[in-house]
Design a protein around this ligand. Structure first.
Ligand code: FE2
Ligand code: FE2
Length: 195
């Protein structure tokens, strides 16, 4: 009699994660996540950062977007015992915190460097790890970002990381101000550290 072997798939298995993203994210967000992974991994190889950690952080960075809106993200965070400063009200900021909880609970990621990179991928912050900087950069200038400057930054990223990061943060600051969005003080700290 054939015995069916029970194969327990690791929750950090890349195929498992990609399948989850496909099932739980909107198509454009799913495709963005794969492009961020591809770009972040190229940067990790170039700048000698763990490809494994980079793969996990980049694939999981937008899992918080699986929640439909800011109210659902707020509820999810409260259910998981997460309190946050009052200014953290926008969906774009809440989803990075929700992503940390999902990475921990659904995918059993406990590595603080990975979780920290996910937590700060939207705003950045001073003293970010190299993994965090790579994720921030890849998220903001991946090939799906069609502004002409992003095309230039994707080229300079491979040989002048710091100047490219500074230009990426400046681009984000300009966008936040031009569109009347909440400017996180962490982004200002991040920029000041780079100039
Ligand atoms: Fe995001
Ligand atoms: Fe993203």
């Amino acid at each position: 009699m054939a015995v069916r072997k029970h194969v327990k798939r690791r929750r950090t298995d890349e195929t498992f994660i990609v399948g989850w993203l496909k099932d739980n994210l909107a198509k454009d967000r799913y495709e963005h996540s794969l492009r961020v992974r591809d770009m972040a991994v190229r940067l990790a190889e170039r700048y000698r950062v763990s490809v494994h950690k980079t793969t996990l952080a980049s694939l999981l960075h937008d899992t918080g977007r699986s929640l439909p809106d800011a109210a659902a993200m707020n509820t999810f965070l409260k259910q998981n015992g997460i309190t946050f400063p009052r200014e953290h009200v926008s969906k774009s900021l809440l989803h990075s915190m929700a992503g940390v909880v999902i990475a921990r609970t659904t995918f059993d990621v406990q590595d603080e460097t990975i979780l920290d990179a996910i937590r700060w991928h939207t705003t950045g912050r001073a003293n970010l790890s190299m993994l965090g900087k790579i994720l921030y950069m890849a998220d903001h200038i991946e090939p799906g970002r069609h502004m002409p400057i992003c095309k230039d930054l994707r080229k300079t990223a491979m040989h002048d990381f710091n100047a490219t990061l500074r230009a990426t943060v400046r681009l984000s600051l300009e966008y936040v101000i031009a569109t009347n969005r909440f400017l996180a003080k962490e982004t200002v700290d991040f920029y000041n550290e780079l100039v």
